[in-house]
Ligand binder design. Structure first.
Ligand SMILES: Nc1nc2c(ncn2[C@@H]2O[C@H](COP(=O)(O)OP(=O)(O)OP(=O)(O)O)[C@@H](O)[C@H]2O)c(=O)[nH]1
Ligand SMILES: [Mg+2]
Length: 279
């Protein structure tokens, strides 16, 4: 059987569940997820395989209708990814009270693109509502397909996978069979820590920090030592990160270490340093 391979961009408002969907399609975590807005900060690839097709999903930062500089630059990242392919999954959170922002965004996508609508989070609403929402969006433009899914429990997600496997063109696979993302080891591992920071620290703090994997080193016993630096803006933020007696950072480190051990299938020794970066 001839191989098929192609790119699909996943677009939508922030918090719609794009990264959750991509992780389900890939079958493994490639992109971090949180309840907070603007979790995805850079273009991240998730590579899914179905039969003879390799589907390269481009995760993008979600759109946020705000005029701040950071929202603008994240939107640019998403539009750049969008230009890489004609196949688009447009993800909406069906549980939202108001779809104006999603519709405004949808209108910016030119007619030549092949867009499918993914109505996500169907586990949260009554089924009759779904048809109304589908009709609202169908009035805005033509969709190749409309999917109703729950990316959390996975219902309906397989249908998307099958569909994408059919529409990607005949091409040799770009990535090796066992590759699930194009992220470097450094980025992948620091993203996991960032997710745990989002879960454990509130409001603006997580947005004001930058995490980088400083070094990693295989140990003789088969484990791996990973050192990560968390750069924060000022001393006050550092104090919040550390928490009482360093308890906060310890809890973040422990949760991230556990998850990294599972993902990497080996023992991980994780060292987190909080550094004040006045610049
Ligand atoms: N109940 C329910 N929650 C979901 C579903 N999909 C995603 N979520 C939740 O929605 C929140 C946002 O999910 P993300 O995958 O981070 O959303 P995103 O669209 O990637 O967000 P950004 O990266 O900020 O653009 C998380 O708390 C997810 O657990 C779903 O199908 N059902
Ligand atoms: Mg995301």
């Amino acid at each position: 059987m001839k191989q098929r391979c192609g790119y699909v961009a996943v677009l939508g408002e922030t918090n719609a569940g794009k990264s959750t969907l991509i992780n389900k399609l890939v079958g493994q975590k490639v992109s971090i997820v949180s309840r907070k807005i603007q979790t995805t900060l850079s273009r991240t690839l998730g590579i899914a395989i179905y039969k003879n097709s390799q589907i390269i999903l481009i995760d993008t930062p979600g759109f946020l209708h705000s005029n701040t500089k950071s929202a603008e630059s994240l939107s640019k990242v998403a539009w750049d990814a969008f230009r890489e392919t004609e196949n688009i999954l447009f993800v909406i959170d069906v549980n939202k009270k108001n779809f104006d922002d999603s519709i405004a965004l949808l209108k910016k996508i030119d007619a030549a693109k092949k867009v499918s609508l993914v109505m996500n989070k169907i586990d949260l609403i009554h089924k009759p509502e779904l048809l109304k929402i589908a009709a609202t969006f169908s009035a805005v433009r033509n969709f190749e397909k409309i999917f109703m899914v729950s990316s959390i429990d996975g219902s309906g997600v397989k249908d998307i996978l099958k569909y994408l496997a059919e529409i990607v063109p005949q091409n040799d696979w770009i990535y090796p069979q066992d590759e699930i993302t194009d992220s470097s080891f450094e980025k992948y591992t620091s993203e996991i820590t960032r997710e745990h920071i989002y879960h454990r620290l509130h409001k603006e703090i997580p947005y004001r920090c930058k995490i980088e994997t400083g070094s990693y080193e295989d140990q003789k016993d088969g484990s791996i030592k990973i050192v990560q630096n968390i750069h924060v803006k000022n001393n006050a933020h550092k104090v919040i990160f550390l928490g009482h007696d360093g308890g906060k950072i310890k809890a973040i480190g422990e949760a991230a270490r556990k998850e990294l051990s599972d993902l990497l299938e080996r023992n991980v020794h994780l060292f987190l340093h909080v550094l004040v970066d006045e610049k």
